[in-house]
Design a protein around this ligand. Structure first.
Ligand SMILES: [Zn+2]
Length: 122
């Protein structure tokens, strides 16, 4: 994948991550207090980063999973392995990456993976 494309997906992932963090932060008292005391948001921005780790402790599993996937995707961008399916090592289609920028698998492997997961649950 070329650098330009990769940075486009990186933007998508970072935006998604900020969305999840903002949702988490809205329920956070310390952050809300800081935001009220500092309407320009500088302190709130610092808090935003500083509380990311602590927030995760109290966060719901679903949000935690999503943040983990987003962080993993960002790491894969750094490693330049982003966009490659972790199972079959083929490139994941642009359509799929645009819809789910943090996905780890191509559609074929994801279908297989989910079927396997379903069978294991039964
Ligand atoms: Zn695959």
């Amino acid at each position: 994948m070329n650098v330009k494309k990769m940075s486009k997906y990186k933007d998508l992932i970072v935006a998604e991550k900020e969305k999840v963090l903002t949702e988490l932060l809205n329920g956070n008292e310390i952050y809300n207090t800081l935001k009220e005391e500092d309407p320009h948001g500088d302190l709130a921005d610092v808090a935003f980063q500083a509380y990311e780790k602590q927030l995760l402790i109290g966060a719901h599993q679903k949000e935690k999973d999503k943040l983990e996937m987003l962080n993993a995707a960002l790491k894969r961008i750094e490693d330049a392995t982003y966009g490659r399916c972790i199972d079959c090592k083929e490139d994941i289609s642009d359509e799929r990456l645009t819809a789910i920028p943090f996905t780890l698998r191509c559609i074929k492997c994801m279908t297989k993976f989910e079927e396997k997961k379903r069978r294991e649950k039964m």
